[in-house]
Design a binder for this molecule. Structure first.
Ligand SMILES: [Zn+2]
Length: 113
């Protein structure tokens, strides 16, 4: 019953999201970077097989995931490969849970990128 699924999804999504057919409208979208944002340092080395505990919507060209591995947290960035930017990169810093949630909150607010 495709129609029923679509109907319930419409109820859950906000009106501005409905204009974008590729967007499931479930995960958050990071805000545009603000001038006063903190710069995160991105490297290609990551935690490897961790658990994704939060993620941003995949409809954007760049998506972020908060990954937990053995009590250590790191943010993973997936983006279209382009000059100087690998398709998958990680924050150079690794944090405890509380610190990582603070960085994640800033990233969503456009205050870290
Ligand atoms: Zn989206």
């Amino acid at each position: 019953m495709d129609g029923a699924v679509t109907a319930s999804a419409v109820v859950l999504t906000s009106p501005d999201v409905l204009t974008d057919e590729d967007c499931p409208g479930i995960s958050p979208h990071p805000a545009a970077p603000r001038p006063e944002r903190m710069a995160l340092w991105w490297i290609e080395q990551g935690l490897g097989h961790g658990r994704v505990v939060a993620y941003t919507c995949s409809c954007r060209m760049t998506a972020y995931e908060l990954v937990s591995c053995g009590g250590v947290y790191q943010i993973r960035r997936r983006t279209l490969s382009r000059r100087g930017v690998p398709p998958v990169s990680w924050t150079a810093e690794r944090w405890c849970r509380g610190e990582s949630l603070e960085r994640w909150r800033r990233l969503l607010a456009g205050l870290a990128r």
